[in-house]
Design a protein around this ligand. Sequence first.
Ligand code: ATP
Length: 384
Amino acid sequence: MPEGVIPLQSSRPDAAGAEVSAAGAERPAVEFRDVEIAYGKFVAVRDFSLSIAKGSFVTLLGPSGCGKTTILRSLAGLVDITRGQISIGSRRVDDVPIYKRNIGLVFQNYALFPHKTVFDNVAFGLKYRNVPKADIKRKVGQALDMVRLPGSEKKLPSQLSGGQQQRIALARAIVFEPEVLLLDEPLSALDANMREEMRVEIKKIQRETGITAIFVTHDQEEALSMSDRIVVMNAGSMEQIGTPQEVYETPQTAFVADFLGKANMLAGTVSVADGNSATVDLAVGQTVKVATPRPLGVGSAVTVVVRPQKLSVGPAATTNRLSGRVVSTSYLGGSAIYEVDLGGTTVRSNTPISGTVVREGEAMEVGFDPAGCVLLDESGRRIS
Ligand code: ATP
C-alpha cells in the first residue's frame, strides 16, 4: 500500500454503522490517492489520500476555503485533478465523465427543477438511464416513502417547505441506487430545528440503504453527530482523520483542537517532570499538573488543551484548581456555560451545574483532571 493511504480496505460497517475488520480485504468504495487539484496556479488541494469503506458515512470538515467542495467536485467529475488517482470501487474514474460515474448529489440549494413536479424531479435520473416506465413509478414511490413524503408526486417544489424540498433532492439522488452519495452542505439553508431533524433523517436513510456517503460541512456539530469518520481539512490538506470521538478527544494539532469544539488552550512551560507527569507553569501565572505520555524536558514550552466539558467549576473543581472571575454566564437548564478570566486568558466551561448559577463578575474556581487534557508541543502538534 502506498504511503499516506489510510488502510480502511479491510473494514466495513456493521449493522450499527461502526467499522469492523473483515478477514478478506474488501475494496474501498472510494479511494483518493495523492490527489492534487489546482485552479490555474493556485493549488486548492494537495497530497490528499483517503480510502472510504463501503457503507460508511465520512464527513469532510473544515473552514471556508479549505478545499472540501473541491474534493467532492473532483469525485463527481465536476473538476479535474492535476495529480493522483481517484477510484470508485474497482474503477479508476479520474478520466471518466460525470454522467458515467454513478454518483448521487445533494447540494445546499436543493437544485430541484422548479417547473417539474416532484415525480418528474425524482424520476429524472431514472428516465436518463432509460429505466422502464413501470419501474420508474415503483422506484419513485419507494424513494418518496424513504424520505417520508409519500403521495407528493404531483406537487411542485414551490408548494413544499425547505426541509421537504431537501428531502425530494435526497430522493432524487438515491432513487437510481448510486454507488456513492455526495452531500455538499445540504442542511445549511434550513432553520435550526429543521437542520436537526434532517441530520437524523439523512443518517437513517444512509443506514437503511447502506449507501456510501460523503458529507461536506463546516459545522462541527453536524460532523460529530452524523459521521463514522471525520476528515478535518485545513488549507487544502488533511489535518486529521478519525472517528468523531477520536478527533474531538484526541486532537493531533492546535488547529483541530481549536476548530472542533472551542478548546481551552493554556500556554505554559514545564517546571517539574517525571516519567508520566509534569508540572506546568501557565502563562496566566498559575500552576497545573498534567499526565504526560512520555517524559518531558524541564523548560519545554507546551500548550495544555482542555475541552469545556472537562473543565469543572466551583466545588466540583477538585484538581488543578485555577482562580478566575466569571465574565459571562449562559444558563442552559441542567448545565451552564461559563467564561472565566484566569488573568488575561479566558477559558470556557460547559458542565452540569449543581447549586446556584454564578453570575458575571463573581470569583470562580475551575479545575480539570491531570489526565483530562491533551498536550501540544511548541509547533502545535500533539505530544504522544
Ligand atoms: P466553502 O465552505 O466556503 O464552500 P470549501 O472548503 O468547500 O469552502 P472550496 O470551495 O473547495 O472550499 O475552495 C477551495 C479553494 O479553492 C478556495 O480558496 C477557493 O477560493 C478556491 N476555488 C474554488 N473554486 C475555484 C475556481 N473555480 N477557480 C479558482 N479558485 C477556486
